[in-house]
Design a protein around this ligand. Structure first.
Ligand code: COA
Ligand code: MG
Length: 293
């Protein structure tokens, strides 16, 4: 799963555009892009859209971003959208594994009422939106079999920290947000789920998007979220392993297979050991998911 495109639940034709965008996943948003007065209407639109969209062929994964557990809005969000059977909910302002356990229980009750198989709806948590959340990023492991990924956010965190900016004059994230990004990456690895990079809000700057995508891909993120369809092709390209990378990974796997029992092999004058083999296998798995191997 490389690209996750946000679309406001009241987005009208944007919802159909998102389905046709080439994104691997569409996130129908009930949270920040919907004003308080619009929540009830947005829940109905989200449910109508998702219940139709899940039945289309060759579709992207369908997520619904609900409102956070502290808002008091989550229950009504779930009442509306669980019967529509989204593939997952996105849980914003998550504060560690306990929040995921909480959301899991809410989902189980509604799945039972709606006749949806228990555990069908997965959870992707936004793990760095509050200060407390940063200290709990390492607690997602074994929280719930529903947990399908962790992502991070810099906007709500900067508001919570009382910061005036989250990026420096060069456009790069400042230290507190780089820490949040790294905690998301480590928290996801510890929980054995994919890490998904945050959005690039300046949707006209595709150069910045490419740079952030490449840095995320390099550091171990499996994909990245988008807010505009123009961002999707860039993200898909960067997170699809290249032919050269696939060939290199195959060579590493082949070298170990040709030398069973060896902990390290040499290829073209460079040493490769077990972590390299693990990385090569992960890259080949991503290539298969992306349909290029
Ligand atoms: N999903 C699907 N389609 C989208 C889209 C999205 N996220 N963002 C823009 N589009 C469509 C527009 O409707 C427009 O379609 P048209 O050519 O048929 O009129 C086309 O893409 C070009 O859009 P553009 O004019 O460049 O942008 P805009 O001013 O219409 O929208 C935003 C800008 C930011 C309001 C819009 O991109 C958006 O709503 N993004 C998602 C916001 C969100 O969900 N935020 C919460 C997560 S951080
Ligand atoms: Mg937010």
């Amino acid at each position: 799963m490389r690209s996750f495109l946000f679309v406001p639940a009241d987005g009208g034709k944007k919802l159909d555009k998102a389905m046709a965008s080439g994104a691997d996943a569409v996130i129908v948003d009930l949270e920040d892009s919907i004003a308080p007065d619009g929540k009830a209407g947005a829940r109905r639109s989200a449910a109508d859209f998702v219940s139709d969209a899940v039945q289309t062929a060759n579709r992207p994964r369908l997520l619904v971003r609900v409102n956070g557990l502290a808002t008091g809005l989550t229950d009504a969000d779930l009442d509306a959208v669980v019967p529509a059977r989204p593939d997952a909910i996105m849980l914003p302002k998550a504060e560690g594994g306990a929040g995921v356990v909480h959301a899991d229980a809410k989902l189980s009750a509604r799945e039972a009422i709606a006749g949806v198989p228990e555990g069908h709806i997965k959870i992707v948590a936004i793990a760095t939106e509050t200060a407390t959340a940063l200290f709990l990023a390492g607690t997602y492991r074994d929280a719930s079999p529903r947990l399908a990924g962790l992502t991070w956010g810099a906007e709500d965190l900067s508001a919570e920290l009382g910061a005036q900016a989250n990026r420096g004059p060069d456009g790069r994230f400042l230290d507190p947000y780089r820490l949040a990004r790294a905690l998301c990456l480590a928290g996801a690895a510890a929980a054995q789920v994919p890490a998904i990079d945050t959005v690039t809000v300046d949707f006209r700057d595709l150069k910045a998007l490419r740079r952030e995508s490449e840095e995320a891909q390099r550091d171990g993120f499996a994909g990245k979220m988008a807010i505009h369809p123009a961002q999707v092709p860039v993200i898909n390209e960067v997170f699809t392993p290249t032919a050269a990378a696939i060939a290199k990974a195959r060579a590493v796997v082949a070298a170990f297979e040709a030398n069973p029992g060896r902990g390290a092999v040499g290829i073209d004058g460079v040493m490769y050991d077990r972590p390299h083999l693990e990385r090569a296998r992960q890259l080949l798995a991503r290539a298969v998911t992306a349909g290029v191997a």
